[in-house]
Each structure stands twice: as structure tokens, then as C-alpha cells.
Design a protein around this ligand. Structure first.
Ligand code: GDP
Ligand code: MG
Length: 175
């Protein structure tokens, strides 16, 4: 049985921990088990700044999912977490002031992993009146000669997260 390691990243509050909880078949190891936000983690010296969960896909593949700390000040940890990963999920909070700028930060910082493996983008907090549409994401990527799946995703929905993971697996198969 194959084992895969995926990384999930994005800004603080985008829904990384929520997504891992929704996906995980085992009790997720959360860094914010006792806190509600990452700022509390920074203050705690005892917690490790990442989330971990595990999901077994329909084809029997076991996927380990690591959530990165969202804030850029944890950047040094991103590299460690990315090591040996086979794919990346970037969550983008569409209600933030400049979601495309947020996206670019994660695309840049995980450039190597993306080049070596693959990436999918899950857009959270979508609603009818968003300034940035899914098409805008595709145009934004196209202007940078990049292509990857961009899907609306509610991190609370296991189904949405499974669709994202399936899209990532499909990307990897064709890479
Ligand atoms: N209504 C709604 N809530 C969302 C959505 N995405 C994230 N949230 C909420 O935003 C919060 C995200 O927190 P958390 O998972 O800790 O974010 P993290 O910092 O990325 O780990 C949770 O309370 C989610 O339920 C969304 O698309 N819709
Ligand atoms: Mg979190």
C-alpha cells in the first residue's frame, strides 16, 4: 500500500486545521488543540506549529496531510514540512483584501515543491458577491504561465476536501 505525504498551506484562519480535521480518519494532531488561533501558538513554547492528519483514499492509498503554520514568520518551518511531500494544497481565503496576492506568496515560497510535484488551489469563503472569481484565479495563473486546478472549497466539508485531493492526485498522475 502506497503512502503519500501532502502539505496544506495558506494564510492564518483560511481553514487548514479545519480541513485536516474534516479529512482525517485518525484523530488529528492539532497544534491549536487548546487554542483557537495561531497567534496563541506563537506564545506557547510547548506546541509544535503544524497540524497532522491521515486519510485513506478509496484506492487504499494512505495520505498523510501536514498543515503548515500560516504566518510568514514561520517560513523556516515551511521548508521542513515540505520535505518529502508529494503535493501541495494552497487554501486561499477569498474574503481577504487581496486573495491573489496571498496566493502569490504561497506559490513563491513553495515554488520548488510545486515544480517537483504539483499543486491545487482551494478557494474558501466564497459567496456570490466576491470581487475575485474563480476565472480571475485562472487568468492570474495564466499570466504567470502557470496552470493548476482552482476549486471552491469549504474546509468544513470532507467532500470538498476529498475533491481537492482527487484533483491533486490527478495532477500528479499527469505530471
Ligand atoms: N463559513 C465558512 N467558514 C469557513 C470557511 N473556510 C473557513 N471557515 C472557518 O474559518 C475558520 C478557520 O480556522 P482554522 O481551520 O483554524 O484556520 P487555519 O488557521 O488555517 O488552521 C474555521 O472556523 C472555519 O470553519 C468557508 O468557506 N466558509
Ligand atoms: Mg491552524
Amino acid at each position: 500500500m502506497s503512502e503519500l505525504k501532502f502539505v496544506i498551506t495558506g494564510t492564518a484562519g483560511v481553514g487548514k486545521t479545519t480541513a485536516i480535521c474534516a479529512l482525517s480518519d485518525v484523530p488529528p494532531v492539532g497544534t491549536d488543540a487548546d487554542t483557537t488561533d495561531e497567534l496563541s501558538i506563537i506564545k506557547s513554547t510547548t506546541t509544535v506549529a503544524f497540524d497532522f492528519g491521515e486519510v485513506v483514499l478509496d484506492d487504499g492509498a494512505r495520505v498523510r496531510i501536514y498543515g503548515t503554520p500560516g504566518q510568514e514568520r514561520f517560513r523556516h518551518m515551511w521548508e521542513i514540512i515540505a520535505e518529502g511531500a508529494l503535493g501541495l494544497i494552497i487554501l486561499v481565503d477569498n474574503s481577504r483584501p487581496d486573495p491573489l496576492d496571498d496566493l502569490m506568496i504561497y506559490m513563491d515560497n513553495f515554488k520548488q515543491l510545486i515544480e517537483d510535484t504539483g499543486v491545487v488551489i482551494g478557494v474558501t469563503r466564497c459567496n456570490g458577491s466576491d470581487r475575485v472569481s474563480i476565472d480571475d484565479y485562472y487568468s492570474f495563473l495564466e499570466r504567470r504561465d502557470m496552470f493548476c486546478p482552482v476549486l471552491e472549497a469549504d474546509p468544513r466539508s470532507r467532500e470538498d476536501m476529498v475533491v481537492l485531493m482527487d484533483a491533486l492526485m490527478a495532477m500528479l498522475e499527469y505530471a
